[in-house]
Design a binder for this molecule. Structure first.
Ligand SMILES: Nc1nc2c(ncn2[C@@H]2O[C@H](COP(=O)(O)OP(=O)(O)OP(=O)(O)O)[C@@H](O)[C@H]2O)c(=O)[nH]1
Ligand SMILES: [Mg+2]
Length: 534
């Protein structure tokens, strides 16, 4: 770089920076791309330059304009020059890890505006992305997912054809372009369809480069503020019971958190004990709910595991029940726990929702639990959620076919929509089956670093709602309303001489009414929401 030219190396990162990573094989034109963007003959980008972001040595170099010449509402465009793939002395996986680490260091909840993958169309081998040595396309696939999240296909990933080589080498760029297209289609396997044409761009001039960066920057989301585990409590959630040992401690920040949910008796605590191989969680043998408050259990992964030295944390949750004991309180506990976890930047790796295969879906408490669960998770990404039916180990072999039929009915009629939206399904009973489900979530965590965002977290944190106003809160109220009607009807039909039954039903009605009262949305809140004052 010219000694007199201003420094393009990034000095102080800002949360609002628009980060675009420029990836590609060694010598494909990454630095060239960056230089073209900044439009300086002084060539700010030099392959392999160290970043000034931290003292630690890394091959990722970050560049941004010294003066805000490109201004997206005051935000800066930061281009990352990355180590080239296929570098003989450097594993491709390490190159990707470096990029990932750099971005994580930049912001704990980084939002990458896009990836530009520079590819030379005259590259004869064109055997795969990201080198052929380490799984090629597979690895780029994994890295794109971990950098951009599962929906990376919808984000702005661009693959470029750098025309500088086009003129240098006398080959067939069109054929290269088409091969690249088919690689991209392979990369994003069904069911998601990549609009290949959106991804490919040819670069013939600095104007092309600028147009691509502008396009990525224009759709960039604002990064979340930096993480702090000692964040202030959530004012609108104050006053709720926070039994402190329910909350995950700061030192568990990197642990893999899996929440176990489901109706009372579905086997949540047993699931946890089977995974841990010891009886930590209280397993119930009565009809009433056993687990009354959230509790979590941690286990270190073995040193042979790819996610070592992280721990797995399984979170036991209370299920809703039709005896109307504490249902609003349970929702409050679960909601506040989830909000708190998210607020303190803990990542939720997955949820296992258990359903006792003996139960027909119509059973009231099962219905209640599932309907609230559906609202609680919302419409977001669901690949990290597993619905599992339990108690399979208890079934005599001759009854398996009939339970398989019930399982199919549940999948088709009740869980179909969720399964179509990516929720996974499994059976549990034995310890092996429990391990298989947890391992499935772990391997997903290894390939996709993004976390699970639930509707209730968004409602409680971003939309500052109170629990009864959330979708799950409203659903709970609706379900209790219906149960109340059923109780009313049952009571009407009780013969005069069945005093005890009538008394039971009256008490249940009373309890239900009390719960409904707790789920009422105060007028003050409704007015505020109406005038958008929250
Ligand atoms: N054999 C067998 N028993 C199970 C299975 N799942 C649950 N159970 C039994 O069902 C009963 C309830 O299980 P728990 O693990 O306490 O259920 P839970 O979902 O934690 O229930 P709450 O804490 O009340 O919400 C216990 O007797 C368990 O041993 C299973 O898959 N196989
Ligand atoms: Mg339990």
């Amino acid at each position: 770089m010219n000694q007199d030219s201003p420094s393009y190396l990034l000095d102080h990162p800002k949360d609002t920076d628009i980060i675009i990573a420029v990836l590609g094989p060694l010598g494909s034109g990454k630095s060239h791309f960056i230089n073209d963007y900044f439009g300086r003959t002084g060539s700010p980008a030099v392959v392999g330059s160290p970043t000034t972001l931290s003292a630690c040595t890394t091959d990722v170099a970050a560049y941004c304009a010294p003066t805000p010449e490109i201004d997206y509402g005051g935000r800066r465009v930061v281009l990352l020059d990355t180590p080239g793939f296929e570098e003989p002395s450097f594993e491709d996986k390490n190159a990707l890890d470096n990029v990932l680490d750099w971005i994580k260091k930049y912001s704990p909840r980084p939002t990458l505006a896009g990836i530009v993958y520079v590819y030379d169309p005259t590259e004869k081998r064109l055997r795969s992305f990201c080198g052929g040595r380490n799984g090629g396309g597979e690895m780029l696939d994994v890295s794109l997912r971990s950098l951009l999240g599962e929906n990376f296909a919808e984000k702005q990933v661009r693959v470029l054809i750098n025309a500088h080589w086009q003129t240098l080498l006398n080959s067939d760029p069109e054929a290269g372009f088409n091969r690249l297209k088919s690689l991209l289609v392979e990369l994003d396997r069904p069911p998601k369809q990549v609009q290949t044409d959106n991804f490919l761009r040819r670069v013939n001039s600095p104007q092309d480069v600028k147009a691509i960066v502008d396009m990525l920057a224009a759709t960039a989301e604002t990064a979340a503020p930096p993480c702090s585990n000692t964040k202030a409590p959530l004012p609108h959630l104050e006053g709720l019971k926070r039994s402190d040992d329910s909350y995950i401690r700061d030192e568990n920040h990197d642990d893999i958190i899996i929440m176990i949910m489901g109706a009372t008796g579905s086997g949540k605590s047993r699931f946890i004990n089977q995974y841990l191989g010891e009886n930590c969680a209280d397993v119930g043998h009565e009809l009433t709910s056993q687990t009354r408050k959230i509790a979590w259990y941690s286990r270190a992964l073995p040193s042979s595991h790819s996610l070592y030295p992280r721990n797995v944390i399984l979170v036991d949750t209370p299920g809703f029940n039709q005896t109307f004991e504490d249902n609003p309180e349970i929702l409050r506990q679960v909601g506040v726990w989830l909000a708190d976890t998210y607020h303190r930047d803990f990542k939720l790796a997955g949820i296992v929702y258990l359903h006792d295969i003996h139960q027909k879906r119509a059973l009231r408490s099962t219905e209640l639990n599932f309907s609230v669960f559906e609202k609680l998770i919302g419409e977001g990404r669901l690949e990290k959620i597993v619905i599992a039916t339990s108690h399979w180990d208890e079934l005599p072999p001759e009854s398996i076919p009939s339970f398989s039929g019930r399982e199919k009915e549940l999948q088709d009629l009740y869980w179909g929509q969720l399964l179509e939206r990516g929720v996974r399904y499994g059976r549990v009973g034995s310890a092996d089956s429990v391990h298989a489900i947890v391992n499935q979530i772990l391997s997903q965590t290894a390939t996709d670093a993004s976390d699970l965002h639930l509707r209730i977290q968004e409602e409680l944190l971003q939309l500052k709602m109170i629990i009864p106003a959330t979708d799950a809160g409203r659903q709970l109220k609706y379900s209790i309303d219906i149960l109340l009607e059923i109780l009313h009807e049952d009571l009407r039909k009780v013969p005069d001489d069945h005093m005890e039954r009538a008394l039971q039903l009256r008490m249940a009605k009373q309890a239900a009414k009390k719960q409904l009262k707790e789920l009422r949305i105060p007028l003050r809140y409704r007015l505020k929401a109406f005038f958008n004052l929250n």
